[in-house]
Design a binder for this molecule. Structure first.
Ligand SMILES: *Cc1c(COP(=O)(O)O)cnc(C)c1O
Length: 365
């Protein structure tokens, strides 16, 4: 695809879609990431040729050569976002162009070709159009979209691949919190770090998750829900969770989150929270927070609330912090008022129930 050409999607409808009755049964309790729609998007890339063969087709296994580069050197990136059914029967997404920009940034870091932002957003729209019946009804449900790209070239040499496959799959998801928002307990990993300066921490690549799994398993072994990573240089400052950014709320109403220095994933929820909190009159700051200060300020009561944020859970209070040295609570272990107000405001904007002064909501259908 050259310069300004628009890539056209060929629609090849699934000839054996799930029946309406079976789909309704699947949508009754979809959980997270277990149920998938009838279709997927695929777009191919070859060096010298560009992007080609954009399709919406039946979701199916992807044939892969055992020497496909991704299987050996992990050139892979992804995104995660949601489509919502509105009260008036439409379908919306939240800030999809921000995901498009981040996808391109991740691609650049992994020496992969960048997909034009408009093609990225179009790919989501075309899949949602075809699979719109898979978007759950009701307050809590949404259609989780997973765009991803990997090196498909059949070649074992170590260099950026010359061929890639971009794809989008979609998965209806139910309420993240069944039975209300529950504060999580987090484990501060003494052994593992997630990202070093100059590394891939700011790219949304599968490799970051591969390296975080053993730390997450350690968190579970210690009775925790999620792992907190400290910085790789001094093991002093808080980076983020395995897949969510962290915010700290102080007694004077200030919100602080660690700065984007390249070791943290630039969350779109994070950025939205910074904007919403500032608009609500909070002082907001991006600066490093040491684990020692976290502990001291929680004990003194200066630190009132901590929450994690990301697309899947939106905003999730952190109640208890456990480390090799023991444990402490933040805000008595209960969800705090600032956390819950920001959560409600963000959810209401995403669901079209509150004003959207930033024009974050993108109408798909
Ligand atoms: C995706 C992700 C987040 C959250 O990003 P959102 O855009 O808010 O969904 C945070 N941390 C990591 C490591 C992630 O992969």
């Amino acid at each position: 695809m050259s310069g300004g050409d628009k890539l056209e999607f060929e629609i090849r409808p699934n000839s054996a879609p799930v029946s309406a009755a079976d789909r309704a049964a699947l949508l009754a309790n979809p959980g997270f990431g277990r149920v998938f729609t009838d279709h997927m998007v695929t777009i191919r890339y070859a060096a010298g040729k560009g992007w080609y063969d954009a399709r919406v087709e039946a979701r199916a296994p992807i044939p892969m050569d055992p020497a496909a580069a991704v299987l050996h050197y992990a050139q892979e990136i992804f995104e995660g976002m949601k489509a919502y059914r509105t009260a008036s029967g439409g379908v919306t997404m939240f800030r999809p162009y921000s995901n498009a920009v981040r996808f391109a940034a991740s691609a650049q870091r992994m020496a992969m070709p960048t997909l034009p932002e408009q093609t990225f957003v179009d790919s989501l729209r075309r899949l949602i159009e075809v699979d719109r019946d898979w978007i759950p009804e009701g307050e809590d449900g949404s259609l989780y979209l997973r765009p991803f790209m990997f090196a498909s070239e059949v070649f074992l040499g170590v260099r950026p691949a010359n061929e890639y496959l971009y794809a989008v799959i979609a998965s209806p998801v139910g309420a993240y919190f069944s039975g209300g928002v529950k504060p999580v307990t987090v484990w501060v990993s003494p052994d593992y770090t997630r990202a070093a300066p100059g590394g891939t921490g700011a790219a949304k690549c599968g490799g970051n998750y591969a390296s975080s799994l053993v730390a997450q398993a350690e968190a579970i072994e210690h009775g925790c829900d999620q792992v907190v990573f400290l910085d790789a240089v001094e093991r002093r400052f808080v980076d983020e969770l395995g897949g969510m950014n962290l915010f700290f709320v102080y007694d004077d109403g200030t919100l602080v989150t660690p700065p984007l220095t390249g070791t943290i994933l630039p969350g779109i929820t994070r950025e939205s929270v910074l904007t919403l909190a500032a608009a609500a009159g909070h002082r907001v700051a991006e600066h490093p927070i040491s684990f020692a200060d976290w502990q001291t300020d929680a004990a003194s009561g200066r630190l009132r609330e901590v929450f994690a944020c990301g697309t899947a859970a939106v905003i999730n209070p952190v109640g208890t912090v456990r480390s090799a040295d023991g444990e402490f609570r933040v805000g008595g272990g209960e969800p705090g008022p600032v956390t819950m107000a920001l959560r409600q405001q963000l959810v209401d904007i995403q669901r079209g129930k509150a004003a959207d002064p930033q024009n974050w909501v993108y109408r798909v259908l």
